[in-house]
Design a protein. Structure first.
Ligand code: CMP
Length: 145
């Protein structure tokens, strides 16, 4: 099992509902370690860049508008198999399909306002973590310094 890192975003819908801390508590309770954390307001340019892979999708404009509609809580998570474990904890993209006990089942509104984002693979997680955090903002284990 590989030690991995993944990027988490608690999206504006969840921050607005006042459940950001509950989501972070679930992440910690699952055994994933928060190694970087901040609350920020994305600019349209930042949201466009983050979701550039979806540029051609019909929902891109609305997604950017949603992601800039209020503050988000971004974090980097670390643990064995962290990418798949966080995706399982989040549940399916569409909360209508999300399993009981997942973050999206409990807190998401719809397929766009789906409470959280998590990286989908090791290449994207590196890019996504670096998009929001510089090296000094990430709490690396002592042995990695
Ligand atoms: P996320 O995991 O952050 O990755 C891309 C985001 O686009 C996704 O979560 C949803 O917020 C949004 N999204 C995906 N599919 C749709 C869709 N069909 N309609 C609207 N938004 C979508």
């Amino acid at each position: 099992m590989a030690l991995e890192r993944t990027l988490s975003i608690v999206k504006p819908d969840a921050v607005e509902k006042g459940v950001a801390a509950q989501i972070l508590a679930r992440i910690e309770a699952s055994g994933l370690k928060i190694i970087a954390l901040k609350m920020i307001q994305l600019t349209p340019e930042e949201a466009q860049g983050f979701y550039a892979v979806h540029k051609e999708r019909p929902f891109y404009g609305e997604l950017v508008a949603f992601m800039t509609s209020g503050p988000v809580v971004v974090s980097a998570l670390e643990g064995d198999n962290a990418i798949a474990r966080y995706r399982e904890l989040m549940g399916a993209t569409n909360p209508a399909d999300a399993a009981d006990g997942t973050i999206r089942k409990e807190f998401a509104t719809d397929i766009e306002k789906n409470a959280v984002h998590g990286s989908d693979g090791p290449d994207t997680s590196k890019i996504e973590i670096a998009y929001f955090f510089n090296a000094t903002e990430i709490q690396a284990p002592v042995e990695a310094l």
